[in-house]
Design a protein around this ligand. Sequence first.
Ligand SMILES: [Fe+2]
Length: 133
Amino acid sequence: MKIGIDIVDDDHKQLFALVHEFNAAADAQGGEVSGAQMAEILTRLQNYVADHFQREEQMQLEAKYDGYEENKRQHEELTRTLSAFIAKHKGGGAGAEARTATREMREFLGVWLSQHILKTDLKMRGRILPWAG
Ligand SMILES: [Fe+2]
């Protein structure tokens, strides 16, 4: 899922690493990430996503990318979806409730991340010169 712009691809690696960290925590704990741990990992993810979107948008502005407005709109939508999902799940408690929250969060993160990369960012490929990164 490489876009071909180093700054973007490096960021995406970090995003995958954070999602992987969440999944690994779930696997290590029988599919149950506690509310506190979930909040900790997801807050880091949320902060990183905010930084990443800002970097992408800045780079697009500098490159005069014609998909900037659409990309920004999708970033805002994805940010809202992520925030709402995190708000719903980060107080996941323990036991069955936490396992359900963990499972839903895990599915959501996988879809959300690939949606960002495949639907939004892949359009940049070949339309922003590598020197822009
Ligand atoms: Fe991205």
